[in-house]
Ligand binder design. Structure first.
Ligand code: FPP
Length: 241
């Protein structure tokens, strides 16, 4: 069976926006700062974009914060990103919870320190019932890894090959029960998918603004939404004449 989300055909505000927050390193280098300073500036920007997204009526916001490939970055940068995640939860969780944000994680928590895993789980548990906006944090996430993980789980469950269809695969992904992204934004001018939501983005609209992530402000988000509103989403089909 093929799942086609035609309900998004006529919507001007995407229900699900996913962002590859690229360009932190270049933003920092241009200012003579260490790369981690760019990630910190990018983190500050998250506040703005999360609030603007909620105000615009975006229901799901996925943020690519750490990929399975990012482990091969210099140790100081990896440690810096772990600290940032920890700090963000410490500083922002209560306010996000009060504002009705629900935090979801996709990827593997295994690989993070025990303390950080506990912190993330606590944030997920605390915000589980919130309904204002869903914030999906892709941390230690890779699209191919997700598919391999799903295949292994299906084999372990002894799934009958004849029962494998798109809906079943969806249920084995980290994103089970989440709608596919309508709009994917990659900042900084790079035009690659970089192992992000490989299965889920086959019919997403893509948008590539030139600005680095720390400079992607509310105006930039509005421009992305306006551009999305001009797209003709056909999901592989044709309009009836
Ligand atoms: C890509 O820019 C960005 C990342 C790999 C990390 C994104 C992380 C944040 C914005 C911080 C928020 C994090 C959490 C945990 C909430 P890049 O470093 O590849 O930039 P470059 O291409 O200019 O070098």
């Amino acid at each position: 069976m093929t799942t086609v989300h035609t309900d998004q055909k006529t919507k001007t505000v995407p229900r699900h926006v996913a962002i590859i927050m690229d360009g932190n390193g270049r933003w920092a280098r241009e200012r003579g700062l260490p790369r981690v300073a760019g990630h910190r500036a990018g983190t500050e920007n998250l506040r703005t974009i999360i609030r603007a997204s909620a105000n615009l009526g975006i229901e799901y916001l996925t943020l690519y914060a750490f990929s399975t490939e990012n482990w091969s970055r210099p140790k100081a940068e990896v440690t810096g990103l772990m600290h940032i995640l920890s700090d963000v939860i410490d500083r922002e969780l209560d306010e996000l919870n009060e504002e009705g944000a629900r935090l979801i994680h996709i990827g593997h928590l295994k690989g993070l320190s025990k303390a950080l895993q506990k912190k993330v789980r606590h944030a997920i548990d605390l915000t589980r019932g919130n309904q204002q906006i869903n914030i999906i944090l892709a941390f230690n996430y890779g699209g191919r890894d997700e598919i391999i993980h799903a295949i292994k789980a299906m084999l372990k469950d002894g799934v009958d090959p004849d029962d494998v269809d798109e809906d079943l695969v969806n249920q084995y992904l980290f994103t089970r029960d989440l709608p596919d992204p309508d709009l994917v934004i990659r900042t900084s001018g790079e035009q690659r998918t970089s192992n992000f939501l490989t299965w889920q983005t086959v019919y997403s609209e893509w948008y590539f603004p030139q600005v680095y992530w720390p400079d992607f402000d509310e105006d930039e988000l509005r421009k992305a939404i306006e551009d999305y509103a001009t797209r003709d989403r056909r999901f592989g089909a044709l309009e009836e004449s």
